[in-house]
Design a protein around this ligand. Structure first.
Ligand code: ADP
Ligand code: ADP
Length: 232
């Protein structure tokens, strides 16, 4: 059963048809990149998957259920493009940031689970940041911060990780190792990954599937049927 399925999805803002007849299937274990130029509808597509926008036409199924019936949002971990803004002028240690990812699950006024420290350290280990747990998030590089935000999304054990332009704040010399880390999460931790990027080159080594949104053609295809960029 596909984890996420879009069937003939359209999305119309007042003036703009942002998505036109998009169909795609995301299976467990996929590492999918959604690529396309600015304005091609990538963010809109993510918002549809996250249930933040309702398609004008078409269907979205999460774990084979229609989105409105879908109550287990924590199965999806999301790292927005604006995550970095979270830390500006916000003094917090890396482990505090990661721990805050559990609030969504336990609720603001509930105690954290007993094993919270283990969960936090496992999440940090999975992104290669375990040595930085006591550091202030503000002391880290853009790429390291991004890894911490991914750990924050992972701490509640989602099945799918959704990333909007994750390498925007990552120093170009670290982009490769960043994708390597994502690939590790995908393979060793069985996290299905969906990311949006306009960086075609960077993804070509690690990604298993590519969906391309294009301003003129709108939807170019989805890998299961299209060109595969498989790993070495
Ligand atoms: P991308 O993420 O690929 O840059 P978007 O999904 O942000 O593309 O935008 C797709 C199209 O929809 C663009 O033409 C954009 O200007 C338009 N759009 C996006 N968000 C809105 C909005 N809230 N209101 C009106 N138009 C929007
Ligand atoms: P992204 O590259 O992630 O789409 P943008 O800077 O294009 O980010 O858009 C930031 C926000 O503004 C998004 O939430 C998007 O939906 C909204 N937006 C984009 N284009 C328009 C538009 N033409 N009219 C209104 N809102 C828009």
């Amino acid at each position: 059963k596909p984890l996420i399925q879009l069937q003939h999805v359209y999305y119309q803002y007042e003036q703009t048809e942002a998505l036109k007849d998009i169909s795609l299937k995301i299976e467990e274990g996929d590492f999918l990149a959604i690529i396309g130029p600015n304005g091609s509808g990538k963010s809109t597509l993510l918002k549809i998957i996250l249930g933040l926008l309702k398609p004008t036409k078409g269907k979205v199924l999460l774990f084979s259920k229609p989105v409105p019936l879908f109550k287990e949002k924590e199965l999806i971990g999301y790292v927005s493009q604006k995550s970095n803004a979270f830390n500006t002028g916000f003094p917090a240690t890396v482990e505090e940031v990661v721990k805050s990812g559990l609030v969504k699950k336990v609720g603001l006024f509930h105690p954290y689970p007993k094993n919270v420290d283990t969960k936090v350290s496992e999440a940090l280990t999975s992104v290669g940041m375990e040595k930085f747990s006591k550091k202030n998030i503000g002391e880290l590089s853009g790429g390291q911060q991004q890894r911490v935000f991914i750990a924050r999304a992972l701490v509640s054990n989602p099945k799918v990780l959704i990333l909007d332009e994750p390498t925007v704040g990552v120093d170009s010399k670290n982009v490769r190792s960043f994708y390597h880390m994502l690939s590790h999460l995908n393979r060793e931790h069985q996290i299905t990954i969906v990311l949006v990027t306009h960086d075609v080159d960077a993804v070509s080594k690690t990604i298993s599937h590519v969906a391309c949104l294009n301003q003129s053609i709108h939807f170019h295809g989805f890998q299961n049927e299209m060109d595969s960029m498989s790993d070495e």
